[in-house]
Design a protein around this ligand. Structure first.
Ligand code: BG6
Length: 493
């Protein structure tokens, strides 16, 4: 018999409302942090992180205009108006699961209202009903880079303790409304990213704080609020929805020692620990000692309320999910080393790896390493909820021949199989990013494409928004149909 993935394996794809849904000012939706993220075509690939530096002044400028060219997340791929067609295409590929996020500001436009926006709730009802028609299981991320802007400006985002109440009101509404429609939930996308882009993740504007230290303090205080909110959300979901499964989600940045020098090995271990601090807290329900030491060293004081520790300890996650795009190196002495852009951070170049059009280093084996590391650490089911290749596609006569994407995905799927079959990892599913082209998080470009489905729209919002099947569409359909066997039969190029 040919080699296959486990029978219950959840094959699918992922998107997020802030980059995909569009309709930013339709249906009662409020403005979110994503809607004021400006596309800066002049910025070079190396300096992508500059896209995230958003000041109060930038926000004021953004709020004065309804422009969608330089604020491309406002239009995304217009899933809002294309959801039926998009879901039909997902069904055609055979999706078992679709990971999507709900836009908080579509449900609570300002974030602090007492009553939700019914029109927003109805939109997701329609989406979930459409998915149900095809037996596609939704996997919902409650917060994926989309805090409402009003909440950010008025309350200083997640640094304010009230954020937990606002968020829980939102979760309460979602879990009441969709309790019969959604079983799989992720509380926060890449919760660790608050350190790298505090605005998108935590709704923190640097100039609202008096000093760098105060800002850093706000980042960690926000992180604490998100941990408590995540645990409370997990409790609520478990109480209200039988058989529900709740996961944490991290950016799996995988670090190799640049050399075999012990100090480089130690550096790689420390870099990994910084990331594991987040999943450790959500899986074990308490802050790891090394994180507490770090706070002490930096003079950070987390303000906790009575009961926080108990909440975090009692409501831990059921599965661990993560994004994985590639790996990077760690070195004690970084002088003279070559850097490459990476997912939300710069990465030391690994001479053994090739890179994508955007410089991200491609490393399928790193996915296997990551799966083994995470499983050995947590012994919880794992879910790869993002993985894919952002590339420049050539769209000619309605077709895209994206063999480079197929090759990337084939390598990673094979690595997942090895982790399951040879290393004993409990991997429950795979939702590649992004199943349909959307606006890039880091670069705000439409031309950084990940999809199996091409969306006819360029970086300057020119196009019909029509959908076209790429070569990878048919390839992935075959992968799902054969439960992975079609990939495992062939060697990776
Ligand atoms: C992940 C995010 O970090 O990477 C997504 O969760 C993002 O929102 C994805 O789109 C790919 O990154 P980028 O910058 O290429 O869009």
């Amino acid at each position: 018999m040919s080699r296959q993935f486990p029978k219950t394996f959840l094959w699918g794809g992922a998107t997020a409302a802030n980059q995909f849904e569009g309709a930013w000012n339709i249906g009662g939706k409020g403005v979110s942090v994503a809607d004021v993220a400006r596309f800066k075509p002049e910025i070079d690939v190396e300096d992508m992180h500059l896209q995230w530096e958003i000041s109060s002044k930038d926000i004021e400028t953004a709020l004065k205009t309804s422009d969608e060219i330089y604020y491309p997340k406002r239009h995304g791929s217009d899933f809002y108006h294309h959801y039926k067609e998009d879901i039909a295409l997902m069904a055609e590929m055979g999706f078992k699961v679709y990971r999507l996020s709900i836009s908080w500001s579509r449900i609570f436009p300002n974030g602090d209202e007492l009553e939700p926006n019914e029109e927003g709730l109805k939109f997701y009802d329609r989406v979930f009903d459409e998915l149900a028609k095809y037996n596609i299981e939704p996997l919902v991320t409650i917060s994926h880079y989309e805090p409402p802007l009003y909440f950010v400006r008025k309350y200083r985002g997640w640094s304010n303790r009230k954020s937990i109440d606002f968020f829980m009101r939102y979760v309460d509404v979602l879990t009441t409304r969709y309790k019969n429609k959604v079983k799989y939930w992720i509380t926060f996308n890449e919760i660790d990213s608050i350190e790298r882009h505090p605005f998108m993740t935590g709704g923190l504007i640097r100039d609202q704080f008096d000093s760098n230290h105060e800002f850093e303090q706000a980042i960690y205080q926000s992180m604490h609020h998100q941990f408590v909110a995540s645990a409370l959300a997990t409790k609520m979901i478990h109480n209200k929805i039988s058989n529900s499964q709740v996961g944490c989600m991290i950016t799996k940045l995988t670090f190799y020692p640049y050399s075999s020098k012990p100090e480089d090995v130690l550096e790689a271990q420390m870099d990994s620990r910084k990331l594991y601090a987040f999943s450790d807290t959500q899986v074990f329900g308490e802050y790891p000692a090394y994180l507490l030491n770090l706070y002490q060293k930096k003079g950070i004081e987390i303000i906790k309320e009575f009961g926080d520790d108990e909440i975090m300890k009692s409501h831990t996650v059921d599965f661990v999910s993560f994004s994985y795009y590639g790996s990077s190196c760690s070195a004690k002495n970084k002088e003279g080393l070559d850097y490459r852009p990476g997912n939300t951070s710069a990465a030391i170049k690994n001479p053994h790896l090739k890179a994508s059009d955007w410089g991200w280093q491609i490393d399928p084996t790193g996915l296997r390493i990551s799966l083994v590391e995470l499983y050995d650490r947590y012994r919880k089911p794992l879910f790869v909820v993002e993985n894919g290749l952002g590339a420049k596609d050539k769209f000619v006569n309605g077709k895209v021949h994206d063999d480079y994407r197929i090759n990337y995905l084939r390598g990673h799927i094979k690595a997942m199989y090895q982790a399951i079959a040879e290393d004993g990892v409990d991997l429950i599913g795979y939702t590649s990013w992004a199943c349909i082209d959307l606006v890039s998080n880091s670069s705000n470009q439409m031309s950084k494409r990940y999809g199996y489905i091409y969306v006819d729209c360029d970086d300057f919002n020119q196009g019909t928004y029509n959908r076209y099947r790429k070569d990878s569409f048919y390839w992935y359909k075959d992968v799902i149909e054969t439960n992975g066997a079609s990939v495992l039969e062939k060697e990776v190029e």
